[in-house]
Design a protein around this ligand. Sequence first.
Ligand code: FAD
Length: 489
Amino acid sequence: MAVRVANQPPPLRELDLRLLVEGVHREGAPWVEQELSALGSELAGEPREWGRLANEHPPVLRTHDRYGARVDEIEFHPAWDSLLRLGIRERLQMPGAYVARAAKFIAFAQVEQGVGCPLSMTHAAVPALRNEPELAAEWEPRFAAGALCGMAMTERQGGSDVRANETEARPCGDGEATLHGYKWFCSAPMSDVFLVLAQAPAGLSCYLIPRGEGFVIERLKDKLGNRSNASGEVRLEGAWGRLVGEEGRGVATIIEMVVHTRLDCVLGSTALQREAVAQATHHCAHRAAFGKLLTDQPLMQNVLADLCVESEAATVGALRLARAFDEGDELRRVATAVLKYWICKRTPAVVGEALECLGGNGFVEESGLPRLYRESPLNAIWEGSSNVQCLDVLRALRREPAAAEAFVAELESRDRAGVEQALAEADEQGARRLVETMAVALLATLLDRHGDPAVAEAFRAREGFGVFGTLPAGLPLAELVERHTPQVA
Ligand SMILES: Cc1cc2nc3c(=O)[nH]c(=O)nc-3n(C[C@H](O)[C@H](O)[C@H](O)COP(=O)(O)OP(=O)(O)OC[C@H]3O[C@@H](n4cnc5c(N)ncnc54)[C@H](O)[C@@H]3O)c2cc1C
């Protein structure tokens, strides 16, 4: 017997692209608006379901001997393949036109995050591969056609400290080598090639190795989130590779890849914030309690408005960062680490609060919020965890004064003094405080310059960054929430 139930918000499938459209116009890629809108409409359909299926049916490693040789195959749910095809069609695996790609990547990652990993690594590998024009000429067209590139740096004894890598590269002439060792994390191990760090006679070096003989996938990790994606442990038993960049300069070579994956961590976390906040504002616009819609309850308005401000700041910051990549701007150097630290770190708090806006339903899988919540800590961890980002900022300040100058120059004069003082006092123990100061100043400036005036005012009116829902009196909370409530039929 069908049960009629009142007061149930309709599911939200549509993507609210308004702020992304504003962003691409502002940051120099207005031409992508139509493509973005078309992608947004498409994502609201089957891909949403693919995202759910791909996460509920994680990949499985099947190993077997075939004609005496070991074969590792990873079996994915067909939904994964469909998502991957969609991302490749949109060229999310290729660099170039960063703002346009960023907007599409954010829209895509609102629906599914796991597929973003191989797309992101492939896109990021290209700038590193360009150190070897011959290799780049060979692989770029293949990537454009859908081949994928992974990366294997992390080992058991050290991930952040890659110089502790023990994997050995035994040169065999002409820049070729065989690799021997064990990589503790290697995501998307079904990829066609990998950039790998290994110790060569001249020191830590970067190699491009195709998946094949000597590349053994030991097992797949059982992860908190990102479950649609395969992350494996890999044993290298004489896998053949080609040197990328100079021998002994592996970190300098692979860092160009890492800078690009860090950009995508910012985009991915921005997407998580946007999706969670959209679901929360939508729910509260349709759910009543104590005789009024939740969105009209003054205290809930404060919570929602605070979340909306956070999500808008992330969106504005992420797209400005993407423009710095388009323009090869010096701002990129420090702003990438600052925004990776801040936006990724804020995301679990945003998603957790948004989840609570849905009440008990938010804790239940069907709402989609639990998947976002499980995903939310990841971008802060990989590609250099939070502390590593802060230490990277300190390193840039010491070694590249132009990078710090470019950062300060981006700020409005009212935001400079605080940052300059924090820079003057910077030390390792206080590095998180420094980077928080820098992030908040940058986002305040960008919201003033480009955001909605009420959002900019609310961002500045915050007293600290504790729990959400503590905005002071006198702000137009209803308008702030309205700006972020998806307008669905
Ligand atoms: C799902 C997933 C997929 C991954 N995929 C890949 C992949 O494809 N390829 C790959 O190479 N790696 C991958 N990684 C590994 C990831 O990049 C590392 O886990 C990460 O860099 C941290 O390294 P670690 O785990 O060895 O932690 P550690 O280096 O031991 O760090 C532990 C903690 O200490 C902090 N810390 C480290 N040094 C300092 C310091 N000097 N001062 C203060 N704090 C410090 C770190 O910030 C971190 O919080 C993946 C990880 C996950 C979770």
